[in-house]
Write a protein that binds this ligand. Structure first.
Ligand SMILES: C[S@@+](CC[C@H](N)C(=O)[O-])C[C@H]1O[C@@H](n2cnc3c(N)ncnc32)[C@H](O)[C@@H]1O
Length: 256
């Protein structure tokens, strides 16, 4: 599939989800379960979720990067593919009024939803920007921490996403991402299915390739902090394909 086509399909899917015309189709987040239950299943704490607006919790994540990003008071945080803002609001509670959290999403309906929630609930330390994670509308060396939850698999140019993350982080800054990767290469039948791509499966890279792209962007100390496997059925191979929901941490080198 071409880059433009992928973006169109992904945008259309998440615009529908933002308007609640469609439910999440992410296979790792417990299809059919409520957004709250599926969020808890991927690692969010009930206590943390109670402290953020309910409308931001849409059950679209595959991990809980804010829980392990070690966010501190006063830090500037960037969330790649922020959706309705669940991780932005969690991070905002952690960095406090002296900190700031910026969410980036390419789907206007998601940015509108998240912005409205922030306004209705009086969050002054958050901002949602419409943009693509391959071309971040964010200054060089300007954020302390980047988080992302189940988004980078949707990008047709993952190398560019990691290069952009590296560019925008301050020296010594950290990247904590939860995402879907595969064990072995995915069958063509899945890779070329636009719906599978929009549902966080078709664009999943083989785990080693994913980690190599992070290293190639310049990151150091790349570490898989958690990994949970699940399976999908593939007709072509008449077999189950193994996917992993992983959370990775990596650091931008400090200037000498
Ligand atoms: C599976 S949802 C996850 C949303 C959010 N991180 C969460 O956990 O609730 C993926 C989100 O990423 C956004 N997205 C996908 N590809 C993107 C890209 N290339 N640039 C910016 N946003 C993107 C979609 O619009 C959607 O809101």
């Amino acid at each position: 599939m071409k880059e433009k086509e992928i973006k169109q399909v992904v945008r259309a899917k998440y615009a529908q989800i933002a308007k609640q015309d469609q439910e999440s189709c992410c296979p790792s987040c417990g299809c059919g379960a409520s957004s709250l239950l599926s969020s808890k299943a991927v690692g969010y704490s009930g206590e943390d979720l109670e402290r953020i607006p309910e409308e931001s919790v849409m059950g679209l994540g595959c991990g809980s990067p804010t829980a392990i990003a070690d966010l501190k008071t006063g830090e500037v945080v960037l969330d790649l593919g922020s959706g309705a803002g669940v991780d932005v609001f969690l991070a905002a509670n952690k960095v406090g009024p002296t900190g700031r959290v910026i969410g980036i999403d390419m789907t206007e309906e998601m940015v509108d939803r998240a912005t409205r929630i922030a306004r209705d609930h009086g969050y002054h330390n958050v901002e949602f920007r419409l943009g693509e994670i391959e071309r971040l509308p964010v200054e060089d060396d300007s954020v302390d921490a980047i988080i992302s939850n189940c988004v980078i698999n949707l990008s047709p140019d993952k190398a560019k996403v990691f290069q952009e993350a590296y560019r925008t982080l301050k020296p010594g800054g950290r990247l904590t991402v939860s995402d879907i990767v595969s064990e072995g290469t995915l069958p063509d039948e899945i890779r070329s299915d636009s719906n599978a791509w929009a549902c966080c499966i078709g664009g999943a890279l083989e785990q080693q390739e994913y980690l190599d792209k992070i290293r190639k962007a310049g990151f150091r100390d790349v570490q898989v902090l958690s990994s949970k496997e699940f399976y999908i059925e593939s007709e072509e191979c008449q077999a189950l394909t193994k996917l992993l929901s992983i959370t990775v941490r990596a650091y931008k080198i400090r200037k000498l």
